[in-house]
Write a protein that binds this ligand. Structure first.
Ligand code: HSE
Length: 435
């Protein structure tokens, strides 16, 4: 029998304690699958005294995570502390430098320092595994890195933030306001400590940067991603999308174009019959368009103790089995730089919601401006404006869906429409992602 794999674990929050529980409850099965036992031999967390509801009595307590990382008595260091800098970065660097394999769930650390850490892992010939860093329990890292190693991938896109999907679902189904839904998401513990990280799209961008690297062999770099959150989405948009056969999702999209790899995060209209449109609530999903085969969609829990622990333990099991892959699927020297493509050159369909001034010629003016920029309309809907106080002429909501065009053309046409003074306020613009 091979000697047990000795694990040092730093971070005993919801995820850390779930990892302790899962390794304990699946002990026999894990041993059978890996051909050796997995033992958590030492742990570290901020407070030693806190009752976490798990038995830590057989584990050594190490008060400094960096010391634990380089401990001669561990084979693998599991980092579940979080944060792109400080203790997490120092401890992971120390573990890799000491020749220990590392498992981490830390998307922020990987998004910022993933390449530098992968370089150390490669040099030391150890594993750096991070299945839990994107989409929780969904095995998307292994799918892209190993399961589809023989395929060229044209596009990968997904719902990578449960908070936003939960909010958009409740806004759509129950017509609740953005603020009410955010409060609920916070109360239920879905949102990050700073919820602006979720709703402004940065959480999705960090996860997308990891998936884009695995998919297209670009260096992990969130600054190469165009990011727009969901704060401008209203129930009026969700209602209009529904009537037009779409749903609105915050998507992270990485797609191969003739100009390079386009990486973007923004609210997106997706056809209601697409797999991604069926994903409601806090659930995550990722669709992969691999050449020569029909799209693959993986759906599952993207956050939470057990969901994240499931991914962490599978990474530990890989190390126990002796499996080691280049962290980003190929050696760091083979990764190409991530270049931010100008969004003005993005091509696709658009949803545009305008508040049109109620006077003769408004619709003709809008249509003319769109035509001047070679934008073809798939549909145009003028909605009732609702009750208006007598004698006043309130603006009328107009919703347009365009055929594929460029962002540059849409923005220029709308600027011209504004100059014509036939709309009130700012137009709403949502990009459409076709199946
Ligand atoms: N705040 C994140 C979410 C947690 O809502 O998906 C998981 O990264």
């Amino acid at each position: 029998m091979v000697a047990p794999l000795k694990v040092g674990l730093a971070g005993l929050g919801t995820v850390g304690t779930s990892v302790v529980r899962l390794i304990e409850s699946e002990r026999a099965q894990l041993t059978a699958r890996c051909g050796r036992a997995i033992h958590i031999v030492a742990v570290n967390a901020r407070s030693r005294k806190k009752d976490r509801g798990v038995d830590l009595s057989r584990m050594r307590w190490v008060s400094d995570p960096v010391e634990l990382a380089a401990d001669p008595d561990i084979d693998v260091f599991v980092e579940l502390m979080g944060g792109a800098e400080g203790a997490a970065r120092n401890a992971v660097t120390a573990a890799l430098s000491a020749g220990k394999s590392v498992v981490t769930a830390n998307k922020a650390l990987l998004a910022k320092h993933g390449i530098a850490l992968a370089e150390i892992a490669e040099k030391q010939k150890v594993a750096l595994n991070f299945e839990a860093s994107a989409a929780g329990a969904i095995p998307i890292v292994k799918t892209l890195r190993e399961g589809l190693a023989g395929n060229s991938i044209a596009r990968v896109y997904g719902i990578l933030n449960g908070t936003c999907n939960y909010m958009l679902t409740r806004m759509e189904r129950e017509k609740l306001s953005f603020e009410e839904c955010l409060k609920e998401a916070q109360r239920l513990g879905y949102a990050e400590a700073d919820p602006s990280f979720d709703i402004e799209g940065h959480d999705t961008a960090q996860k997308l940067s990891i998936l884009a690297s695995l998919t297209f062999g670009v260096r992990v770099d969130p600054s190469a991603i165009y990011v727009e959150g969901i704060t401008s989405i209203t129930t009026a948009d969700l209602e209009a999308a529904d009537e037009l056969g779409y749903r609105i999702k915050l998507l992270g999209v990485a797609v191969k174009t003739d100009k390079g790899i386009e990486q973007r995060v923004h609210p997106t209209m997706v056809p209601k019959d697409s797999a991604i449109a069926q994903v409601m609530g806090v659930t995550n999903a990722v669709t992969i368009d691999a050449e020569g085969i029909a799209p693959i969609t993986l759906v599952g829990p993207g956050a939470g103790g057990m969901a994240t622990a499931s991914a962490v333990v599978s990474d530990i099991a890989d190390i126990a089995r002796g499996a080691r892959t280049a962290p980003f699927g190929r050696p760091v020297s083979k990764l190409t730089s991530s270049r931010k493509l100008p969004m003005q050159r993005h091509e696709g369909g658009y949803y545009i919601r305008l508040l049109a001034v109620d006077k003769p010629g408004t619709a003709a003016t809008i249509a003319t401006r769109l035509a001047e920029h070679s934008i073809s309309m798939e549909s145009i809907v003028q909605r009732h404006r609702g009750p208006v106080p007598e004698g006043r002429r309130a603006p009328v909501p107009v919703i347009l869906i365009t055929y594929a065009t460029t962002e540059d053309a849409v923005r220029k046409a709308l600027a011209a429409v504004k100059r014509d003074r036939v709309i009130s306020g700012e137009p709403q613009l949502i990009r459409i992602e076709k199946n």
